[in-house]
Design a protein. Structure first.
Length: 131
């Protein structure tokens, strides 16, 4: 099953103690791909300007129910477009209990190759200039 899901560089890319790069496979590779999509603002890649997720447009937005719905929608659209190995089941953006300037983006997904269910929580910081 690992061969079907693929093998790729571990992020962040760096040279290990043996002088080579570290790799990840299977479920971990898909999780890293999701994190890469969510952390890349569209327009930041020269050769693929549309790649990424538009949540970065909301960094200084007010933490309202409407904004959280827009963030969840942007995440769902981006993952559906850029990660074909998964089915996005649910995306929910909630304010962190510890800090109102942090959104916790909960992503529930299923890996198509083996029907395994996974979830991921991505912390997204809004109003970074405050406090």
């Amino acid at each position: 099953m690992t061969a079907f899901l693929g093998t790729g560089w571990k992020f962040p890319i760096r040279v290990n103690g043996r002088g080579s790069l570290d790799y990840v496979t299977g479920d971990a590779l898909i999780e890293q791909a999701i994190l890469l999509i969510l952390s890349t603002p569209p327009g930041s890649r020269v050769m693929q300007a549309e790649f990424g997720c538009g949540i970065h447009d909301y960094v200084f937005a007010s933490n309202t129910a409407n904004m959280r719905a827009l963030v969840a929608s942007a995440v769902e659209r981006s993952l559906t477009r850029w990660e074909p190995r998964i089915d996005v089941l649910r995306v929910d953006a909630r304010t962190s209990a510890d800090a109102e300037h942090v959104l916790l983006i909960h992503v529930d997904y299923r890996i198509r190759a083996n029907n395994a269910f996974h979830n991921l929580v991505y912390p997204f910081f809004i109003n970074e200039g405050e406090g």
